[in-house]
Design a protein around this ligand. Structure first.
Ligand code: SF4
Length: 144
């Protein structure tokens, strides 16, 4: 797949845990290891949403994190793509009927790419990032 047409720079990703059990987060770390080495394509995690092209969200959205997630979404510059990793972010997953949830991620901020699974394998997470690149290229093409 051709990764860079309108996207002529490295893809930077900000990871946000909105209430995950950390299973999805461990798989994200596994996807960054030398076995897959996405950094050879310039894909890396950054420490601030202000520097990111992609917001990678794990977990359902617990009440204490809902406003933070909205703020991080607003801080991520346009055009941006949101990837929701794991069943909890899609539907609430194992925590779907918890008193403490503000909802799945899609009920709090717009989501572009869903990566299903509990927890998704690194290959699935990387495939989600490839989908995000394609979406970002379309968005950047629309802005021309
Ligand atoms: S999808 Fe599974 S691994 Fe990921 S946060 Fe939910 S329970 Fe944990």
């Amino acid at each position: 797949m051709k990764l860079t047409n309108s996207l002529k720079r490295s893809l930077w990703v900000f990871h946000f845990n909105s209430g995950s059990c950390n299973g999805c987060d461990i798989e994200i770390v596994a996807s960054l290891m030398p076995r897959y080495d996405p950094e050879r394509f310039g894909i890396k995690l950054v420490g601030s949403p202000r520097h990111a092209d992609v917001l990678l969200v794990t977990g359902p959205v617990v009440h204490a994190m809902a406003d933070r997630l909205r703020r991080v979404y607003e801080q991520t510059p346009d055009p941006k793509v949101v990837i929701c990793v794991g069943a909890c972010g899609q539907s609430g997953g194992a925590f779907f009927d918890s008193y403490n949830l503000d909802g799945p991620v899609g009920e709090v901020i717009p989501v572009d790419v869903y990566v299903p699974g509990c927890a998704p394998r690194p290959e699935a997470i990387i495939y989600g990032v490839v989908k995000a690149i394609a979406k970002l290229e379309r968005l950047m093409g629309d802005k021309r």
